[in-house]
Design a protein around this ligand. Structure first.
Ligand code: LLP
Length: 433
């Protein structure tokens, strides 16, 4: 990719109206509302930049998953990494969700809000001894083991605690999928999982049986996947492995297909969850296994927006820059993956001047640009804008780069809204130094 092509992410897309495909957000009398709360009220009360989430959107998405798979035993294990705010985890826990974690930190969050171990699966290529011991003590449902070396540690920890570990091997189904090279995981050249020959040997190794109880098999092939074909290829591959193991006397009770279902940011057409279920069910049902899924983005992505205020509008020899108070440290997806997230005004004005602008943040990097050459109603200093599709991998990937305090997070429920993480203060920035 030429540097120019990498920079001009907006050229590939025509601006869309995200309210047409983002449930629970709409313009009423030209003012944008999340559920029944005007976004301008949130900005007045809590300031900007701020992440705003619709609880109805999160719950609807979770329920769409459970409805689509209701005909078989299944658990939806929300991928905590997508958005690990405690209030969002609580919302999902109350709705009955299970959880997929990838660190001791995520385990700590779930334990803090009282999620029982039996609703937690632990994935990740680099689990430490300590994380493994803590998860065993918590009695988690399943370790998705990614290497023989991890299995050795798990087995030793289980022996020490005198508690058999429930395990699955994460196999690498060698399927190419995912929206961007950085978020594709299921190919043999990627670091994730174990190749099948090796996995088969481990499943059949009787010497492991004392402390390892094989419960399942898992595969996660990537993220922001927009077609059903990669999922189909993965499920065909993994279900044939389950049958092969059963013939050899290893009967697995669960099959974890990971996350990865894509969402619509601009013009993508992600799979409808019923079609996704129809693609998987014929392969899973005959196995009699419990299906585990680990969606992250599809649950929280569309529920969130990043609310920001215009600091300056400037014209450099005909090139217009809208400088906002959110930056790449708050939301890194455009800089990291050339992701396109539409930006629209919080209050639409009838006779605004429409022009192309770059929407940029205050961080001292050219890459701190949310959209390039974006046709928009030119805002004025002080106007509010929203960046769409920011609920997943938004706050979760925020940093303090340029010594910027992390933004507030606000959860909306019908007419109510509350701060579920307060904006960091300057003294937060100095903690630990
Ligand atoms: N399970 C495992 C083992 C994973 O590694 C992931 C995501 C998921 C589930 C959830 O995938 P989802 O349903 O959200 O696609 N930061 C990137 C995405 C990285 C995804 C990493 N793994 C982004 O902003 O696009």
């Amino acid at each position: 990719m030429t540097p120019k092509a990498a920079k001009t992410n907006a050229k590939r897309v025509v601006p869309t109206d995200p309210t047409e495909y983002t449930p629970h957000y709409k313009y009423r009398h030209a003012a944008l509302e999340c559920e029944s709360v005007p976004l301008s009220r949130i900005a007045e009360k809590y300031g900007t930049p701020a992440y705003v989430y619709s609880s109805a959107s999160i719950l609807d998405a979770y329920r769409r998953f459970t409805r689509a798979f209701r005909s078989i035993p299944h658990s939806i294990c929300y991928a905590v990494k997508a958005n690990s705010n405690l209030s969002i985890l609580k919302l999902l826990a109350r709705a009955g969700s299970s959880f997929d974690i990838v660190s001791g930190g995520e385990l700590h969050r779930l334990r803090h809000i009282g999620v029982p171990g039996r609703r937690i699966v632990f994935s990740g290529v680099g689990k430490t001894r300590e994380e493994i011991r803590e998860a065993l003590q918590a009695g988690i449902l399943l370790f998705n083991v990614e290497s023989e070396s991890e299995l050795d540690i798990l087995s030793a920890a289980a022996a020490l605690l005198k508690r058999r570990a429930h395990a699955a091997l994460r196999v690498n189904p060698d399927v190419q999928a995912g929206g961007h090279a950085h978020i594709s995981t299921g190919h043999h050249r990627h670091k994730f999982g174990i190749d099948w020959d090796h996995a088969r040997r481990l499943y059949l190794d009787k010497s492991l049986a004392k402390w390892i109880s094989w419960q399942g098999i898992s595969a996660h092939i990537g993220s922001q996947i927009l077609g059903l074909a990669p999922f189909r290829r993965a499920v065909v591959r993994v279900s044939s492995l389950v049958r092969e193991l059963a013939k050899a006397g290893v009967h697995l009770s669960s099959l974890d297909l990971g996350g990865g279902v894509g969402i619509r940011y601009t013009q993508e057409s992600p799979p409808d969850l019923d079609a996704y279920a129809r693609a998987l069910l014929p392969h899973i049902r005959p196995l009699g296994c419990r299906l585990l899924l680990e969606p992250g983005r599809a649950i929280v992505g569309p529920a969130g927006v990043l609310l920001t205020r215009v600091l300056h509008v400037k014209d450099n020899r005909g090139k217009i820059f809208v400088v906002v108070d959110a930056a790449m440290n708050d939301f890194i997806r455009p800089a990291l993956y050339q992701a396109v997230h539409p930006i629209t005004p919080v209050v639409r004005s009838k006779n605004a001047n429409v022009a192309k602008a770059d929407i940029v943040g205050p961080v001292c990097e050219t890459g701190d640009c949310f959209l390039h050459d974006w046709p928009m109603e030119l805002p004025k200093q002080g106007d509010l804008l929203v960046l769409w599709g920011a609920g997943a991998y938004g706050f979760a990937q925020a940093s303090n780069y340029n010594s910027r305090p992390k933004p507030a997070e606000i959860l909306v429920h019908k007419k109510q809204f509350r701060e579920v993480r307060s904006r960091e203060t300057l003294s937060d920035l100095l903690r630990g130094e």
